[in-house]
Design a protein around this ligand. Sequence first.
Ligand code: NAI
Length: 480
Amino acid sequence: TRGGIDFAVADLSLAEFGRKEIRLAEHEMPGLMALRREYAEVYPLKGARISGSLHMTVQTAVLIETLVALGAEVRWCSCNIFSTQDHAAAAVVVGPHGTPEEPKGVPVYAWKGETLPEYWWATEKMLDWPDGQGPNMILDDGGDATLLVHKGVQYEKAGVVPATEDDDPEEWGLILETLRNSLAADSGKWTRVASGIRGVTEETTTGVLRLYQLAAAGDLLFPAINVNDSVTKSKFDNRYGIRHSLVDGINRGTDVLIAGKVAVICGYGDVGKGSAESLRGQGARVVVTEIDPICALQAAMDGYEVRTLDQAVGEADIIITTTGNKDVVTVEHMAKMKHQTILGNVGHFDNELDIAGLTRYPGIRRINIKPQVDEWVFPDGHSIIVLSEGRLLNLGNATGHPSFVMSNSFSNQVIAQVELFTKHEEYDREVYRLAKKLDEKVARIHLEALGGTLTKLTKEQAEYIDVDVEGPFKSEHYRY
Ligand code: NAI
């Protein structure tokens, strides 16, 4: 605690550097800055206590300070152990008007290279407001904050935290331990916290899946807005964002020439499409694996070979998973890879790659090359290069997606926070999406910033295609 602000970041003296990069990022985030102007002196988030769990980057700093500009109080942690940019975290704690000696910003609990126990500690701190209060809003990426609250309530009802759960003993053990400790200290904590929450806005495909599962089971404790499936989020951030940051992560991690190499992209959804393009742009020969014939056909028609990983594994120089699914690359695959194949994941969780199996492989040896880059040497002498221990490599080895694309995503986040905070009584315990008009508004701001000129419909044309002159311009079933 310093200057009345509680926090846990790597080094507050990095704040000045962070502030400089935040200043440059603000210009690249026209959507967020337009929202600040639109809501200046309205403060629609006045009274909001937002607990946020989302990669603590420079872009996220601009998001946080936008929420504050709209009147919110905010606490933050990262949703990944490697994704924090320490200078951004420091700058957010110090705030635009504070100093490292007297910070005046936002409590942040995030640093690059957390351990898993530290990660869950930070997540709980981010949800614990002073004076025993809880948040009244959650802003989540991947659903870990939402999960902690829901599991807490579930175990409080049951009166006991089980010894084990699910199929991921290491991670689950840590969640259960966190909850066991908090329940021992206060047996009604999570029920109280949940009852104060007006809603959650969720950033990514994997977190959204968890929300729909909770809602389908009737277990969702508060309304949710699926930000990921705003068109200006998933069709831009997931795709064009990764097209930029995947190759950035591979380059910073390895600096291996990509041209002429064989790259396998597992999954051809939004992230897979951007990933394949990212590597093709560098001159790689890209092979795609898919389980869905529609996405597989798209890949084929985009000019990629479609194979199974079993078929492609022996010729690949680079293998990247983008599926949001588990057990996609097994340790048996890794054993068959060529010498110094680069292996990484950009799906939300690390369970796409069997890192646990790799660790246990008989005779395996790990050589740490540098932070977030490990060479794993098999007993037959061949090795593979694993980036970010199988966690999101575009954030672990590089700095994630650039500001302009995140301005689209985060504009949707801010609009969703305002919507749920101010109109929560209009929402049930279900998962909602934002109205198409808002999506079009976000797109319009960013198109203008890029100097694009939109064609305007005439009244006759609008009637002919059965839309309003001012939009929305597409039906709900249109797929973009
Ligand atoms: P998506 O659902 O559009 O795409 C996933 C694709 O993987 C689907 O087409 C699915 O058919 C395919 N797939 C599933 N299991 C497979 C398997 N065993 N083998 C091959 N293909 C398989 O999802 P989206 O939006 O592309 O997101 C993917 C993951 O990336 C999610 O975990 C999401 O949260 C994460 N994400 C990561 C970002 C980053 O910065 N690294 C940014 C945005 C999303």
